[in-house]
Design a protein around this ligand. Structure first.
Ligand code: ZN
Length: 362
């Protein structure tokens, strides 16, 4: 394989892996409209195209808190068994259509209790929907494996309960844990009890850090809480001057800590200024274990194909770069080593060869 630039159609066919994607941020606009009508929830508009545009517009404020506020309308339709089954199944089918072969989906069960479901019922229902989606995707010849991360909310004091839930469902599709929500003012160390419990139970976790807040947040997530991966982590560049790494950036690179980077989302929340200058390119070139992610496909109006295409078009990425971040993601997935190795050797690498051999190179 030579260093090539690739067109969008080839990119769509490449096998992909996504580690950072929120279930409640990736619904189909038409599904939100239909489910909202069924439960009597008022939306800004009932036209699916206008709703998609509204999300992108509302999320484009340059402010993480306002970005998060747009989730009100997706969460409103995810409170019933019917809503959860449908959104989880469609989630998997949409990943498969995007060429994703491995995905980790995350959501906060405690935000889905308004319809009377218990925490355990929420997790069981989402797993049932994901399972139905995986069966359909496999039957259609586009198999995708999806693992679940349960999110605690950093502004609530219920993270230990969610950590317990992750431990309870570890053999039923849950592969790890995360904390999400507004970063500023809610340091991860406030949830040490949850993280220490997960470490004792050997359940891996990632933490949103270095998105709205800087290095202290990343430091706390890694060195106080013990996260194995970092959600976003764009501000790690504060610890890199003229290519020279400080202690924390050095730790992240040396220990192969995966950075779950989400370029379009970062533009929307003001964590980055452009695709061309997004830190993902510098960090990749410096040898960090960078991964590429969508964060919220509906809210950010994106897909993995789109994120890859943007980096190819605006930041000079090659096929090798796309393969590198894909292999990085599978290497740092929270599933067992043997499954990761099989995905890389049997799916990702042959998939790259096949997609590139069947297309004229530019
Ligand atoms: Zn996120």
């Amino acid at each position: 394989m030579t260093a090539t630039r690739v067109d969008a159609d080839v990119i769509r066919r490449l096998p992909k892996a996504v580690l950072h994607d929120h279930l409640d941020g990736g619904l189909r606009p038409a599904t939100v409209v239909e489910l909202a009508a069924a439960v009597g929830h008022a939306l800004p508009t009932t036209d699916p195209d206008e709703l998609a545009a509204w999300y992108f517009e509302a999320a484009n404020s340059g402010d993480l808190v306002r970005y998060i506020a747009t989730f009100e309308h997706t969460l409103a339709v995810m409170q019933t068994r019917e809503g959860l089954l449908r959104t989880a199944e469609e989630y998997v089918l949409d990943l498969a259509a995007d060429g994703v072969v491995y995905g980790e989906v995350r959501y906060a069960p405690e935000l889905m209790l308004n319809g009377g479901l218990t925490l355990a019922e929420v997790v069981e229902t989402v797993q049932e929907g994901l399972g139905a989606g995986m069966a359909k995707a496999a039957a259609a010849g586009t198999p995708v494996r999806v693992g679940t991360l349960l999110c605690g909310m950093r502004m609530f004091d219920s993270t230990r309960e969610t950590a317990d839930l992750a431990v309870a469902f570890r053999d039923a599709g849950v592969v790890g844990f995360d904390i999400a929500g507004a970063e500023d003012g809610f340091p991860p160390a406030d949830h040490l009890d949850a993280f220490e419990h997960l470490r004792r139970e050997s359940v891996p976790f990632t933490i949103h850090a270095g998105e709205a807040h800087g290095l202290p947040s990343v430091h706390q997530a890694l060195q106080v809480c013990g996260a194995q991966r970092i959600g976003h982590g764009v501000r790690i560049t504060d610890d890199i001057v003229d290519g020279k790494l400080g202690r924390l950036a050095g730790w992240v690179r040396d220990r192969r800590v995966a950075l779950e980077m989400c370029p379009t989302s970062n533009l929307q929340t003001g964590a980055a200024t452009s695709i061309a200058e997004h830190p993902i390119t510098e960090l990749k070139d410096l040898g960090f274990r960078v991964t590429l992610n969508t964060d919220n496909r509906l809210v950010s109006g994106t897909t993995m194909t789109r994120e890859m295409s943007l980096l190819v078009e605006q930041a000079g990425w090659t096929t090798e770069d796309l393969r590198t971040v894909t292999v990085n993601a599978v290497k740092s997935a929270f599933i067992p080593f043997g499954e990761r190795r099989a995905l890389i050797e049997d799916v990702v690498l042959p998939g790259y060869e096949a997609a590139l051999c069947s297309s004229p190179r530019t």
